[in-house]
Design a protein around this ligand. Structure first.
Ligand SMILES: *Cc1c(COP(=O)(O)O)cnc(C)c1O
Length: 229
């Protein structure tokens, strides 16, 4: 496992990368939230990251997430973000503990999350995930479906619409993600801009600098903090 010392060092380096990217973009570093992606890492690794000062954590798999969250229920102020593809029938597994879902890709999933959140008497931050590149292997709704997904989120009093999320196609050159990020910004602007969609969840270990230059307000970082999975 990655040692607590190493995680603290890695966190300082990631924060420095975020700061430098913000400087270059003329942005305030406090305008970018860091979500630490802990999929495949143990609860002990999350504990070490929490001790290093992290509070926002991202998970991809409903079952792994529910188990880890129950092992870490004692950590005050920890916020769980669900960022992986979510089957409608697994919504109930994450609703009791999740703070934000970044991967809402259908009106049907939005309705089910909203219904479950209402029963659990919780309000969950909601992001629509868009498959901007049209790559078949990527999850997210088609741009043409976005209006319906946003409407379904807003129809639920237990979901709080926050913004959009995307994952660009894997590429050696991080600059190749820029057109994808810019397309997400254009979709946001066409759907009502920052007044309706204040958050843009985009950028990972490899391309966070490009994402911040394009306007990311949330970056989801795993391997730069915890090592290769
Ligand atoms: C795994 C994952 C991340 C983190 O990726 P790294 O390259 O390890 O930083 C971010 N977002 C999503 C949706 C992921 O699945």
């Amino acid at each position: 496992m990655t040692s607590p010392e190493r995680i603290a060092e890695n966190l300082a380096a990631v924060r420095a990368r975020i700061s430098a990217a913000c400087d270059r973009a003329g942005r305030d570093p406090s305008s970018v939230r860091l979500v630490a992606v802990t999929k495949t890492w143990s609860a002990e690794v999350v504990r070490a990251a929490y001790a290093a000062g992290l509070r926002d954590f991202g998970e991809n798999y409903a079952q792994e997430f529910a188990l880890k969250a129950s092992e870490l229920a004692d950590l005050d102020g920890l916020r769980w973000h669900f960022i992986g593809h979510l089957q409608t029938n697994k919504a109930r597994m994450i609703v009791p503990v999740v703070s934000a879902v970044h991967s809402i890709d259908s009106a049907k999933l939005a309705a089910e999350l909203g219904r479950r959140a209402e029963v659990a008497k919780r309000v969950i931050d909601a992001y629509a995930q868009v498959n901007v590149s049209g790559e078949a292997s990527k999850s997210g709704c088609e741009p043409a479906e976005l209006a319906a997904v946003l409407a379904a989120i807003e129809a639920s009093p237990s979901l709080r619409l926050r913004g959009l999320m995307t994952v660009p196609p894997a590429s050696e050159d991080a600059n190749e993600a820029a057109p994808v990020f810019r397309a997400l910004v254009a979709l946001r602007d066409a759907a009502g801009g920052a007044a309706r969609l204040p958050e843009l969840s985009m950028g990972m270990t490899h391309d966070l600098k490009v994402a911040i230059a394009c306007g990311a307000t949330v970056v989801r970082v795993g391997s730069a903090l915890f090592g290769a999975r």
